[in-house]
Design a protein around this ligand. Structure first.
Ligand code: HMG
Ligand code: MG
Length: 296
């Protein structure tokens, strides 16, 4: 049976803006974050502490974390010790690390194999847990890799197990290039839900082939009630060729509400948040609910 409540983890300020070709001013990002908070978003990825040479768009992560009004769970992403140190110095209380199941993707994204990444992250995650930090593990290429093709669900499961052993609080399991279909979504999320009953599991879908919303319904049926989404459908990983935006927050929230699943988010204010960021991004925002909002 379907849940009567679901949690949205808004990733627009991070996944949404990391691949943006224009430079988005820090003030505009802060206004976007504040508008999302006003709409009732309780969990959000605010920014990432990565190399500014690799991802210049996230170069202002410290200012974003310091200046965003405190509200709910505010997550910052980081791949390594330097990023974790910077995030903690900036006052982070929730940190997301990210590793790809596929070696080739992980090499392009973080310049390490999956195993090298894990070996480096293991002591760092243990320290974060000792310090009481909320740790989220983002599992990239959990279904398909842009370089290696289909990923064996057992490989995804074993990477997740490695994180669970370290005591992470949440797994965010990603279809990085939007290739998974609803049958695959159901079966992987059912497997993970059954394996890790005590851990938060979120589904992170990119909407490259417009299957994300169907994949969310399949994940709901598999017992998942946490979804990473991006307002305006912005987003994409700069190191995954062909990756486009995340599934749009406004479309997912609307569907969930229509299904009688509460999110605590105000749809009208959510559309207003999209309107705050729209002038700063290079692509027109054409998501279903935002288009209706603008045309009425
Ligand atoms: P590298 O070149 O192998 O690393 O990059 P390095 O240690 O040699 O460092 C290179 C330079 O960056 C050095 O500076 C470091 O100090 C600096 P220099 O000495 O040349 O002046 N540096 C840093 N600066 C700030 N913060 C840091 C940091 N680390 C090193 N944390 C590295 C390795 C991991 C740094 C690089 O590959 C990188 O930054 N990658 C990030 C890629 C990224 O952000 N990808 C997008 C996020 S993941 C994603 O979108 C997927 C997800 O949404 C789920 C899904 O959809 O699949 C989560
Ligand atoms: Mg992503």
């Amino acid at each position: 049976s379907l849940p009567n409540k679901a949690t949205i983890i808004e990733v627009g300020p991070r996944d949404g803006l990391q691949n943006e070709s224009r430079t988005v001013p820090t003030e505009a990002k802060l206004a976007f974050i504040a508008a999302l908070q006003a709409a009732g978003i309780q969990e959000m990825e605010l920014a990432s502490f990565v190399s500014p040479k690799w991802v210049p768009q996230m170069g202002d992560a410290r200012d974003i974390l310091a200046q965003a009004p405190k509200s709910g769970r505010q997550i910052v992403l980081t791949p390594n010790a330097k990023g974790i140190d910077r995030a903690l110095a900036a006052g982070a209380e929730a940190i997301a690390v990210f590793v790809g199941v596929s070696d080739s993707f992980n090499k392009k994204n973080i310049n390490k194999t999956t195993d090298e990444s894990m070996t480096a992250l293991e002591p760092l995650i243990r320290n974060l847990k000792d310090e009481g930090i909320f740790v989220r593990a983002c599992i990239s290429t959990a279904f398909y890799c842009p370089y290696e093709g289909a990923i064996d669900p057992q490989a995804t499961l074993s990477l997740c197990k490695r994180f669970i052993k370290l005591g992470v609080d949440e797994l965010s399991v990603a279809d990085t290039i939007g290739m998974a279909n609803p049958k695959e979504s159901y079966s992987l999320f059912k497997l993970l839900r059954d394996e890790f009953p005590g851990t938060l599991v979120a589904a992170h879908f990119h909407d490259t082939r417009r299957m994300a919303i169907a994949n969310i319904v399949a994940a709901l049926q598999a017992g998942i009630d946490r979804f990473d989404t991006s307002a305006g459908g912005l987003g994409g990983c700069p190191f995954a060729p062909g990756a486009t935006g995340n599934v749009a927050t406004e479309d997912v929230v609307h569907m969930l509400h229509r299904m009688g699943i509460d999110t605590g988010i105000d749809e009208e204010k959510l559309a207003e948040a999209v309107q705050v960021i729209e002038p700063h991004v290079s692509k027109s925002i054409l998501t279903g609910m935002y288009t209706l909002y603008k045309n009425r």
